[in-house]
Design a binder for this molecule. Sequence first.
Ligand code: HEM
Ligand SMILES: *[C@@H]1O[C@H](CO)[C@@H](O)[C@H](O)[C@H]1NC(C)=O
Length: 527
Amino acid sequence: MDSIQIFLGMAAVITAYMLWFSHLSRRLSTGPNLWPVVGSLPYLFNNQHRIHDWIAGNLRRTGGTATYQTCTIAIPFLAFKQGFYTVTCHPKNIEHILRTRFDNYPKGPQWQAAFHDLLGQGIFNSDGETWLLQRKTAALEFTTRTLRQAMNRWVNRTIRTRLWKILETAENEKKPVDLQDLLLRLTFDNICGLTFGKDPMTLSPDLPDNPFASAFDSATESTLQRLLYPGFLWRLKKTFQVGAEKRLQKSLQVVEEYMSSALNARKENPSDDLLSRFINKKDQNGNAFADDVLKRIALNFVLAGRDTSSVALSWFFWLVMNHPEIEAKIVDEISTVLKQTRGDDPAKWVRDPLEFDEADKLVYLKAALAETLRLYPSVPEDFKYVVNDDVLPDGTFVPAGSTVTYSIYSVGRMKTVWGEDCMEFRPERWLSGSGSESESGGGYRFDPPKDGYKFVAFNAGPRTCLGKDLAYLQMKSVASAVLLRYRLLAVPGHRVEQKMSLTLFMKNGLKVFVEPRELNGGVAACA
Ligand code: HEM
Ligand SMILES: *[C@@H]1O[C@H](CO)[C@@H](O)[C@H](O)[C@H]1NC(C)=O
């Protein structure tokens, strides 16, 4: 074939694709207008700095009624086959996708292929039997008290030996800190400790660059980039080892070496981490897991549990800074609980991070954290692949091979789901009971909505987040450790904005000054 023929052939294929794309665009069109050739691209481009709010706006406009909250976003040539996203935030649809017709909505082949080099067939990146076996094994471990104790030990240590030191220095030198960065480091250290018993100590006074952490970051980023382009493009780049694919390869090597040494260490010297537990388990054939599989399993947990809690905590602190009356209630509750367990002297309240049963009593704090996740879910949009043609409960048709997105961010911001005041930060909506100070838990009970699909920050159904309780424990401990000792003040001119990524980071971090807090009894917290 000469080059003219190749050119004509390609032109024909592209034209055919475009015609088909336009046809389907018209057929599926609900929500934002779909343009003939470019689909939703013009809108996406215009709204690229506020994607989640743009999606929520579209869903609100689809009628804003309780019966219909679905729209279609179409992007030609996207990696997700066909580029059609059905986006929904209707709790009934979400239940249908996550539970009722679970088998029709797996992570799917594009997702799995993109993540395969980093995550292999691990729990976070598999479907069907492969997933189910790991899920069962892991679920057993996650209910054990020893795992919660292990988490609390790691958190306790990072707070005492590092977070408090850094905040103390910031206080003394009156220098701002980027709280989000500190929290990202803290949770990364914790999840590594919990997963494979080795703390990379990325949270240290001089905030060092850590080769493993950077390699892991870079591998995650390059992997996500794969999802932005048609599959053949990254495969081609991979074959020729250029651009992001070359970086990915390098990062994976660093990650691989680090995990090998962690695995060897745990084989010689087992501990109460997840990896040690999996070393002793058997696969479906009754054999021990191969080294490579063990490393992947550990990496899946690191990815699942690393940024989510730190991002949630960042939004929590920001919301609390902007709602002094809620801040006061939180500090009050912690003080009341610690008075019972540690006595009247506030110096004793701030000496050590929370014990296990102390954390359990903090009901108002838990409500404030859940309320944060309602408005700022760490995973703002999530995707599933459609195996067979299906119709969602609200009547939306979803074609086989397309992608359905459920917008966790939007569910929390629908009046039809959360009421007229859905945009307000109001922890009380999670509580029932008197709120009387004399009873334990301030007389409150944590009382989430009866319909579990109104709040899906931790996912729901068979693939519910396994780390939810651990995450609440960790977040409560960090929240108390910071708020009992310090008042946080916004750095003038610092803008808090959402970063447009699959995790709801703050784009410019969270820059704050810290000032010592005076606790009831007039004793300076940090004296
Ligand atoms: C505030 C903190 C957290 C949030 C908001 C969160 C949220 C989520 C979400 C949305 C999913 C579903 C992802 C998907 O399948 O597309 C998930 C899954 C998962 N999470 Fe979490 N997570 C948090 C913390 C953690 C922690 C600390 C751990 C581990 C210690 C963890 C372990 C997992 C695992 C293993 C899965 C996969 C479950 C499965 O596919 O069967 N998570 N989480
Ligand atoms: C935290 O560490 C300190 C010092 O080792 C210890 O006294 C305290 O009991 C620990 N708390 C928890 C919850 O592990």
